[in-house]
Design a protein around this ligand. Structure first.
Ligand code: TZP
Ligand code: MG
Length: 215
């Protein structure tokens, strides 16, 4: 089995995806937060650094790579496919306004998984056709982490699950109290950003979420 196939299998098994967003985490806390997420048993960790210079993103990415075991969670970089090889990330995540999937893959490397954010059924179907290895679906609920996007609502989850085969990660306003609503709507996998990063005990929070998600 090649590296891409093995990473895709990991995505298929994944349930909880965490994002280390530098809007919530100062650079000097990134290492400690990453360690706590690894201890919490998350399946995927993304570095999302919207306003930092490339050199800082590269440094943070390398630091995180050193803390995320190669046999552990997948490590995904948001944006900047040209930094993926240097950082040693397992994947790249792009949005609707970023590079097409094929271009991101060409820059990031053939063995790297490519994820794409989607905000409607049409975009979800198009992202799979474009070759994305997984998609994000949301924001399910309104969220200050992505303030410019209106919520799509949990009703989108069922139709996407019915029409898209690649793994889908529901995102936006999900926390341990809202999680049951996305599970009831058919979600198997979720991304949690602010609720996890702001929790007082990250490993315990992860554990409670993983119990709700089951399997
Ligand atoms: N894309 C859609 S919603 C979102 C992104 C990056 C942010 C989700 O953050 P939170 O804090 O879990 O609502
Ligand atoms: Mg982007």
């Amino acid at each position: 089995m090649d590296a891409l196939e093995s990473r895709c299998r990991q995505l298929a098994r994944a349930r909880l995806y965490a994002i280390v967003d530098t809007g919530y985490v100062e650079p000097d806390r990134v290492a400690a937060i990453t360690e706590q997420l690894v201890r919490g048993g998350v399946d995927v960790i993304q570095l999302r650094a919207k306003k930092l210079p490339l050199i800082t993103i590269t440094d943070l990415g390398k630091k995180m790579r050193g803390l995320i075991p190669l046999s552990g969670p997948l490590f995904i970089l948001n944006d900047h496919p040209e930094l993926v090889t240097e950082i040693g990330a397992d994947g790249i995540h792009v949005g609707q306004d970023d590079l097409p999937v094929a271009e991101a893959r060409a820059k990031a490397g053939a063995d790297v998984v490519v994820g794409k954010s989607t905000h409607s059924l049409e975009q979800a179907i198009a992202a799979e056709r474009e070759g994305a290895d997984y998609i994000g679906v949301g924001p399910i609920f309104a969220t200050p982490t992505k303030p410019d996007y209106g919520p799509v609502g949990p009703a989108l989850i069922g139709p996407v699950r019915g029409q898209v085969r690649v793994p889908q990660f529901c995102i936006g306003g999900i926390n341990e109290l809202t999680l049951h609503k996305v599970i009831a709507a058919g979600a198997l996998r979720v991304v949690i950003v602010s609720a996890l990063l702001q929790s007082r005990d990250i490993p315990a929070y992860c554990q409670r979420v993983r119990e709700q998600l089951g399997g």
